[in-house]
Design a protein around this ligand. Sequence first.
Ligand code: PEP
Ligand code: MG
Length: 585
Amino acid sequence: MALDAQTGATIRGNGRVPGLAYGVARWVQRAELVSSGTPRDGAAADGTAPTATAAAPDAEQVERERQRFVDAAGTVSARLDARATAATGVSAEVLAANAVLARDRGWAKAVGKEVTKGLGVEAATLAATETFVEMFTRVGGRQAERITDLRDVCARVIAELRGLPEPGIPAFDQPGVLFADDLAPADTAGLDAAMVLGIVCEFGGPTSHTVIIARDLGIPCVVGASGLTAIEDGTPVLVDGGSGTIQAEPDAQAASAAAAADRELRDKAAAWTGPAALADGHRVDLLANVKDGEGAEDAARGPAGGIGLFRTEMAFLSQPSEPGVEEQAELYARVLGAFPGAKVVTRTLDAGSDKPLAFTGMPDEENPALGVRGIRVDLLDRGLVDRQLDAIAEAGRRVGAAQESPWVMAPMIATVDEARDFGERCRERGLTPGIMVEVPAVAVAVDRFLPHVDFLSIGTNDLTQYVMAADRMSSGLAALNDPWQPAVLRLIHRVVETAAASAAGGTGRIVPVGVCGEAAADPHLAMVLLGLGVSSLSVAPAALPFVGAALAEVTLEQCCAFAALALDADTADAARAAVIAAARD
Ligand code: PEP
Ligand code: MG
């Protein structure tokens, strides 16, 4: 979103929960996690690591300090449990998990050990906590993300030992944007979504509790925003949870209008539960793009009508050697089984370019986007795709009647020979063959490809990059890499019209044409695509409710009118503006 007048700094992080939030920044105040230096506390007064400087304690002193920890940790645990009982969903789970952490025997034992070295209970608690933090840091990954949980529980226990109120988020007297170094689970679990418009953290990974809970509550969220401390408490900010930007002191009127419009969209999307249909009742095949079994099962719990693109290469990105047919079949069966009786389109490996797969043995190339990628892996080893097709066929057999003749498509098809060959290999195995239309050569000569396949899926991400000769990874070329570009829309139109004409013109074979690139996730462009005659749209699950809710407000007749407007424009911006204006009226 571009604002006309912006007076403050812009900070960038990782947008994790999309949406705009405009309000004042409210920083979480943290308890000082240093020893207060009470008797027997061996921490340095400047807060550096505590050392055992006190004389060796007697057994009675050790027991007394140890018991103080057990009591304080028990009180904290009981409070967290009580809050867990009062909460629901993910919040309840997070609070309960932290209550268990406060009672952790290993932690209590480590504190006891520090106490016997001569540390007071506060210093011992801090020292024991840091031992675990170091360990979690060494292990890394998800374990490292739990450090925030442990530090939060530690801060609560220390506050209890000092007789202070529990640390946490500030009381909001008006809605605002929560700022923190990293949010503790117990903070996020108690969030009031009516008061917290957005969440921004200086640290935090993609699976942190902050992100999980923000997503659960539908609060726009950005994490990993380094330099955030430059924005002071009380500063008005506009946070974009999609792009990950935080603008300090934006133009107030423009920012609040943008946030209000965005909120309206999000409310509509949250209220939309499917199935997808236009306002006139015309059903829409609105499908999900997934990359693994978990994603497929998640999608099945939402309003997706099936899977329009299963990116199999994404499941194997970190694999050093080719997964065996059995391992592949297990994964594919999980994805097929997530949508019994519905459409599930598995794409064969689209390795290469931005998605290199070590085990394919692809060469380093000067220009990998135009090199060996997708179906061109056949040039190195046909066995890779053959074994994958064997695994998909086996997965189909395992799922049985729920997925008869699974749909499979090949990426980066450029020639009729490739399409014919792929079609034959699929049919030999009882699979339903399709190809992606992402190389312009296919779109231009699509009539020649139709006899060899049973469906087409337009990959607008690559189609746009190849039509416009603009690297899809280049942020500087984003304006060229826009699927609203007239040449891209005309090519899509040509593909759909040719497929329809071929069916009507005597072949009798209807070859459905779907779109599975990002273009389908833009609600206005989704309307245009349906107006052009596209029969299915496949989008990231997060975008699906936004598209579904927007489509529910327009008729097919309107979509056709929007398509005509878009096709008539000279530029991408003009096409977009014309359709947005028409949809608003
Ligand atoms: C596309 O190119 O539009 C597409 C869906 O494939 P990918 O983004 O995986 O290249
Ligand atoms: Mg592609």
